[in-house]
Write a protein that binds this ligand. Structure first.
Ligand code: F3S
Length: 105
């Protein structure tokens, strides 16, 4: 699977959802997550994220290892709550530009 890491937190630029061929992104208030049961590892989303938040599972930085389980757990929770995958881009969070600068992008 691919994984949304902490750079997405407080950004949610949502460019990623536009290129996903299997609609596997789900949304929390502060970030997106990828449903590992749906992701086909096409990698299309990786290049779309302006803050480089998305990694292939086997390329996850060590500091982001916890996000693998976190994405999986949140995806299940969000689907169970009846949420549909996010497939349309929306405005980034109000904190996104400041966070992006802070991250050095
Ligand atoms: Fe998050 Fe990047 Fe997508 S900031 S919503 S992973 S484009």
């Amino acid at each position: 699977t691919h994984v949304v890491t902490s750079n997405c937190l407080n950004c949610k630029f949502t460019d990623c959802v536009l290129v996903c061929p299997v609609d596997c992104f789900y949304e929390t208030e502060t970030q997106l997550v990828i449903d590992p049961d749906e992701c086909i590892d096409c990698s299309a989303c990786v290049a779309e994220c302006p803050v480089e938040a998305i990694f292939a599972e086997d390329e996850l930085p060590e500091s982001e290892e916890a996000t693998l389980e976190q994405n999986a757990a949140l995806a299940i929770e969000l689907k169970d709550s009846g949420q549909e995958p996010i497939t349309d881009q929306k405005d980034p969070l109000p904190t996104a530009e400041a966070r992006k600068a802070e991250l050095g992008f």
